[in-house]
Design a protein around this ligand. Sequence first.
Ligand SMILES: C[S@@+](CC[C@H](N)C(=O)[O-])C[C@H]1O[C@@H](n2cnc3c(N)ncnc32)[C@H](O)[C@@H]1O
Length: 221
Amino acid sequence: MLEALAVVAGKRFDVLDLGCGTGSLSERILRRFPQARSVLVDHDPVLLAIGRTGLGEQRGRLTWVDADLRRPDWFMSLPRRRFHVAVSTTALHWLTAPELARLYARVAHLLPHGGWFLDGDHIAFPADSSHFRQASRSVARHRAARIRLSDVGWDAWWRAVLRDPRLAAEAELHRIRYPHAHSETVSPDLEGHIRLLRRAGFCEVHLIWARWENRVLAAVR
Ligand SMILES: C[S@@+](CC[C@H](N)C(=O)[O-])C[C@H]1O[C@@H](n2cnc3c(N)ncnc32)[C@H](O)[C@@H]1O
């Protein structure tokens, strides 16, 4: 995604980071592009608090926004209505097809003609490709087992963070906003995402990177 940004966004640009979590993607973007600025949107008070405390505002280059991307009016909280590019990583699978349709249309509206949207996410093979689905899930399981040997893992990390007394208020709100530890949403498959993006006003939509179901979709307004 950084490689793509270097080509399609240049050096000085405003980026919108959707479902930013603790800001790890925007942090990389700012490091790689010293003149870029990012507006980061998320709805998880815990992750936003960690991001705001850890990264801060980087002298005005990071602006954190608490908004629910499923709501039609989420964009009302943005500090500006024009971005050169939009990005997202492993976040939009939390949204249903109708919610994505609305979000994609809004993102298209926030970009200029020729502006790019890059989405790196888990995007499933179609339901009629059960062999690919099964193989992909097995690869993911094996990879997760290998990582767990040296890493704390998703569930253990969350248990530890939600017990941290410094985040007690945010943890309480997190439990209300995110009653499930993982997304329960049935997100569209690859073709579904492409169709929704095209309907939303993006004229070209293609995969630019893939490793099984981990993919980066790029769309041009
Ligand atoms: C796996 S994290 C990814 C975070 C970050 N993009 C990254 O790559 O590190 C998924 C993120 O999507 C956010 N998210 C899920 N549903 C959302 C919604 N309706 N509105 C805003 N953010 C949402 C979660 O709060 C979480 O921060």
